[in-house]
Design a protein around this ligand. Structure first.
Ligand code: PLP
Length: 306
């Protein structure tokens, strides 16, 4: 079985060593493009349709047409997974504005560059799920929607990278960014939730966040369980002084408890509480039933090795 990553460039699967793009690609020169990160469980891409819809939305928000239809992207994803045969994988679809002469004008680039990369997942750190991670409120503020809309999952990631550097310096595992109004927004690659008086709280879209697909799944699951959900505008005080439990969500990591919060006020500590534990378990169940249903309904292409 191949241990190599799966790589698809523009119109075909290629060996990683042969996957080369031009130095004049505007994705490289200007961070001009969009992407999606997906997680493959037992050969099934979890919530692929939602990821493809968000890719389309991101592209449309930067005025870029995708070079392939959703059906063609789906096929390219299957081909990439079959080429590398990783069943539990990280999968990224990247579409950049493409190659063109120097200059910001997107019309200089006649054809977007399309790239899929699938690889084995990094081993999970069990303690992160059992004990929780450390989060630091950083000084770098989340881009306001008026400058670069956080709903766009763009290649222009410096805002998040700078926040991540700050968090690392503070000894934390993830940064928590506030928006320009000082409201809680999101992590560098995650959404944030907290439990307050039995309600599950998370920043609303108006706070300027990426509409995480894991966030949506957790909200769906919580509503199904009759947990009261508040999508609102919160300050860091709400987290430091009122939260009983805190966790983050992302496609690759799922639901991860937060045990310590540093930054704005003296450190806050949190248990891996009952609501977090319940949602972690229900999220795993949601993934399992999605995988089962997809395998039962899907094409035999998903049956490889299994
Ligand atoms: N917020 C940001 C800025 C992200 O980059 C990500 C994922 O990379 C998320 C939130 C979580 O989104 P999802 O659950 O769709 O992975």
């Amino acid at each position: 079985m191949s241990e190599k990553p799966g790589v698809y460039l523009n119109d075909r699967v290629v060996p990683l060593e042969e996957a080369r793009i031009s130095v004049l690609d505007h994705g490289f020169l200007y961070g001009d493009g969009v992407y999606e990160t997906m997680r493959v469980y037992e050969g099934v891409v979890f919530r692929m349709e939602e990821h493809l819809a968000r890719l389309e939305r991101s592209a449309s928000l930067i005025g870029m047409g995708l070079p392939k239809s959703a059906g063609q992207i789906r096929l390219a994803i299957y081909e990439t997974l079959l080429a590398c045969r990783h069943k539990d994988a990280y999968l990224r679809v990247t579409v950049s504005r493409g190659e063109g002469p120097i200059g910001l004008d997107p019309s200089l680039c006649p054809r977007p560059t399309f790239f899929i990369f699938a690889d084995r997942l990094r081993p999970i750190v069990r303690a992160d799920y059992e004990e929780g991670i450390r989060l630091a409120v950083v000084k770098t503020r989340r881009n306001p929607a008026e400058a670069l809309d956080p709903r766009i999952k763009s290649l222009n990631f410096l805002n998040n990278i700078l926040a991540g550097i700050e968090a690392k310096k503070a000894g934390a595992d993830e940064a928590l960014m506030l928006n320009c109004k000082g409201q809680v927004a999101e992590g560098t690659t995650s959404n944030i939730f907290f439990v307050k008086g039995g309600a599950l709280c998370t920043p609303s879209p108006a706070c300027g966040i990426l509409m995480g697909i894991t966030r949506d799944v957790v909200l769906e699951v919580a509503r199904r369980l009759d947990i009261r959900v508040v999508e609102g505008e919160f300050g860091s005080r709400d987290l430091f002084f009122d939260a009983q439990e805190v966790f983050i969500t992302s496609t690759i990591r799922g639901v991860v408890p937060v045990r310590q919060l540093d930054g704005a006020f003296s450190p806050g500590s949190f248990p891996v509480g009952p609501v977090t534990k319940l949602l972690m378990a229900e999220y795993r169940k949601e993934v399992s039933s999605y995988v089962e249903n997809t395998r039962a309904a899907g094409p035999s292409i998903w049956g490889f090795g299994g």
